[in-house]
Every structure is written in C-alpha cells, then in structure tokens.
Design a protein around this ligand. Structure first.
Ligand SMILES: NC(=O)c1ccc[n+]([C@@H]2O[C@H](COP(=O)([O-])OP(=O)(O)OC[C@H]3O[C@@H](n4cnc5c(N)ncnc54)[C@H](O)[C@@H]3O)[C@@H](O)[C@H]2O)c1
Length: 348
C-alpha cells in the first residue's frame, strides 16, 4: 500500500508519517510538502534513510504535480490520500487570509479531484482512492460554558483559518455525495506533543521561559481548549483511513479541558518560574471562548481510545522540548528567514 500524505514536514504530519511507518511496516509514503515556514525537514530527520519514504517539495494546489503523483506516473500507484497540509495559525489567518484560501480550500479541491480522476473517473483504473481530510474542531465555532461539539453540531467557524477548513470539509462532503469518492473527515481538538512549531502556545511558552522571557497570555486567559496528545490523534487518523465509513465525520478529543491559564501555570511550575513571567496581552480578534469535543462516535464505531494521559503526556512533551533545544533553534531560525523574505517581497 502506498499513501500520499501531505504536510508531512509539519507537526501532525511528521508524527503521522512516523506512526504509519511504525505500525504498517509494509507501507510506503509519498510526503508532499511545500516547506513553508511551518514545514521542517528536521522533523523527519530520523527517517532520512528510510526507503519507504519519498519527500517531495511542492504545493497541494499545484494541479500538474498532484496529478502526476496521484496517477502513479512519478512514484508508482497511490492507494490512499491523507490531507494534513494546511495553513494553520489563526493569528496569521487574521493578518493574511489569502494563502489560507489557496492552501486549505483550493489545495484540498485539487487533491480531491486527483483522487477521483485517478481512482474512479478513469474507468480503466476503477479502484477508488480512499481520502482522509484532517480537519479541526474549530469548524464548529465556539461553545458556551457547557456542552460538547458532536458531529451534528452546525458549522459556525469564526476565523479565516477555521472558515477555510470548513470550506475544505464541505468540498469533501460534496465529492462524496456527488461523485462517490470515499472521503472520511476527522475533526480533532488541540494537539500537544513533539515537533510542534514554536509559534504555538506550548512550545512557544517553553522556549520563552527557558530564555527567561515573559509569556503572552491573551485576554483573561480563561479560553478553554481540549488537549490531546498528537500520537493519539495519529491513531485516530490511521483508524479513519482503514476503518472509517466513507462520507462520515469523526470527532477526536481527549476530554482534557484546560484554560490557557491552567496550561500557563503548569508550564511555569514545570520550568521553575513564577507568575511574574505572565504578560497579559490584548485578546485575539474573534477569539473562540471554549472548545470541547464529544468523541464517543470514533470510540464506539472505530474502537479508538487515547493511550496518553494528559499528566504524563504533557510532562514528556515538556521534557522533549527541553532536550531538543537544537531543533527549536533550527526551526525558529528557518521561520524567521521565511517571514523576512515574505515581508521583503510584500514591500516590493
Ligand atoms: N495542531 C493542532 O492542534 C490541530 C488540531 C486539529 C486539527 N489540526 C489540523 O491538522 C493539520 C496539520 O496541523 P499542524 O499543526 O501539523 O500544522 P503545521 O502548521 O505544523 O504544518 C502544516 C504543514 O503543511 C505544509 N503546507 C502548508 N501549505 C502547504 C501547501 N500549500 N502545500 C503543501 N504543503 C503545505 C507546511 O509546510 C507544514 O509542513 C491541519 O490541517 C490542521 O487544521 C491541527
């Protein structure tokens, strides 16, 4: 079995590739990644000599390249597509939404069309290509103090990021209903774990605290997120790919609701710092108050259950970032370089 995984140099993509190759030793993977500021070859350095992995630099909205890959012309037959690639940072989507539409909406459509074209439309090769769209709980919008997102919760995204992820989900739905493409969607809560870009809360705060810098907390710090270890998310994606019912959506969450302030205080305590290191900053525009996931469907129907508890998982994660300062420095440097170049281009 050969899979096309997109966005494999990012946080979840790199963990997913590692998870699949470990759990399915006879699989091979083509990783298509644009190597944006968020994509880091270092994230897969341990697999550099693994013959089962082919890394391709390219964009998912590049129709020609995607077709050449999915048709099998470049690297042999593709039996499944797992779309992890995305622009993912909410703050960036507020200041520059356009690239979010290109990658998250247009890129997903290009992948869906290629999977349909080379799996079903071409009758000579009538072997449907299974497709998993890795989506997010943010498509549901924000919750009040009680209740959970179920798969039936209306889609009410708040940010340009979550709107474009919603657009992609709806295209997946259309490709299933209109063309019969076997698409499964997963919608997961906030992930933590190794290889997360240091612009995101947990690695950012660890890195700043280790450098004796204050950590910026939005608003009153009481926004609630449901945290799940990235390997548990990877297990859910793997199950969705192999056992998910085409056309279905599966919510994935850890039942680990924490306010941003609780996470901040945990990190302060683990790194031996006091609350004077907290700097309150103006709240993010349109900041969703609370996310919480009901993941009973994937537990019941696909047999998913997380193996990491939050208490041990977060401790191991903090340890990983402490021990991987070189990775942190390399990744931060690449991101700064890309950001500077983008800025320079904008000035011209
Ligand atoms: N991180 C979370 O907590 C979380 C939770 C739920 C769902 N998700 C979803 O999981 C997916 C991955 O998230 P992440 O946190 O790993 O993101 P990330 O930002 O760490 O990685 C994104 C990857 O996609 C690549 N990429 C970006 N644009 C591309 C393009 N046009 N073509 C090809 N590659 C491109 C980047 O180079 C990078 O390697 C996203 O779809 C996101 O919506 C993330």
């Amino acid at each position: 079995m050969q899979l096309l995984v997109t966005g494999g140099l990012g946080f979840i993509g790199s963990n997913l590739i590692r998870y699949i190759l470990k759990n399915h030793p006879d699989y091979s993977i083509i990783n298509l990644d644009a190597v944006t500021y968020a994509g880091h070859p270092e994230n897969l350095a341990d697999l550099a000599s693994d013959k089962r992995l082919i890394n391709v630099k390219g964009r998912i909205e590049d129709t020609k390249l995607v077709n050449e890959i999915v048709s099998g012309k470049l690297y042999g037959p593709v039996h499944g597509v797992i779309n992890v690639a995305a622009e993912t940072h909410v703050d960036r989507s507020i200041s520059d939404p356009e690239v979010f539409v290109q990658t998250n909406v247009m890129g997903t459509q290009v992948l869906l069309e290629a999977a349909f074209e080379h799996g079903q439309r071409n009758t000579k090769n009538n072997a449907p290509i299974r497709f998993v769209q890795v989506s997010t709980d943010e498509v549901y919008g924000s919750l009040g103090p009680t209740g959970f997102f179920t798969e039936e919760t209306p889609l009410q995204p708040s940010s340009p990021y979550s709107s474009t992820k919603t657009g992609a989900d709806l295209l997946c739905r259309a490709y299933f209903h209109t063309y019969g493409l076997p698409v499964v969607i997963t919608r997961c809560s906030n992930n933590y774990g190794p290889y997360q870009h240091p612009e995101k809360l947990i690695p950012l705060f660890i890195s700043r605290l280790m450098n004796n810098q204050q950590v910026p907390v939005y608003g009153d710090g009481l926004n609630v997120r449901d945290w799940l270890h990235v390997e548990d998310h990877c297990q859910a994606i793997d199950l969705a790919f192999h056992k998910g019912v085409p056309g279905e959506v599966y919510n994935v969450g850890g039942n680990n609701e924490r306010t941003n302030m609780q996470i901040t205080k945990l990190l302060l305590s683990e790194l031996g710092k006091g609350e004077d290191m907290i700097k309150y900053v103006e709240d993010r525009l349109g900041h969703d108050r609370r996310y919480a996931i009901d993941s009973s469907k994937i537990r019941r129907e696909l047999g998913w259950s997380p193996v990491h508890t939050f208490e041990t998982g977060i401790h191991e994660t903090i340890d990983w970032y402490k021990k991987n300062q070189n990775w942190m420095a390399a990744v931060s440097k690449q991101a700064t370089f890309v950001a500077q170049n983008v800025q320079a281009a904008a000035v011209r």
